[in-house]
Design a protein around this ligand. Structure first.
Ligand code: FES
Length: 108
């Protein structure tokens, strides 16, 4: 199931996408860093809110972490672990993907 084109997300940046899965519309964030692609469900472990106040903007100003705009939680890009904020030691839900032919696909 295709989530987006790789070109929809600039290297070192993020973007957000909606996809219907199991009959439900779900929101995902895609982050590209150092040639890798990371995808998480767009739901903060604190209270389940979407993280992006500005659509598609998921990174802190330094682009070192994923930022939840609601209460400022910071998550590691590589594994989604909360390292600062109101949900310590909780993690974003990572989504396994495959990148091929210029597209980002959810793994079965
Ligand atoms: S909803 Fe994300 S830090 Fe509160």
């Amino acid at each position: 199931m295709k989530l987006c084109d790789l070109d929809d997300v600039e290297e070192g940046s993020s973007n957000g996408f909606f996809l219907e899965r199991d009959g439900r519309m779900e929101s995902f964030m895609v982050i590209r860093r150092d040639g890798e692609v990371f995808v998480y469900v767009n739901s903060c472990p604190h209270i389940g809110a979407p993280l992006d106040f500005m659509p598609g903007k998921f990174l802190n100003p330094d682009k070192t972490h994923i930022l939840c705009s609601s209460h400022g939680a910071l998550f590691r890009i590589e594994d989604g672990l909360c390292v600062s904020g109101p949900c310590p030691d909780q993690s974003l839900t990572q989504v396994k993907v495959a990148v091929r032919d210029g597209g980002v696909y959810l793994s079965a």
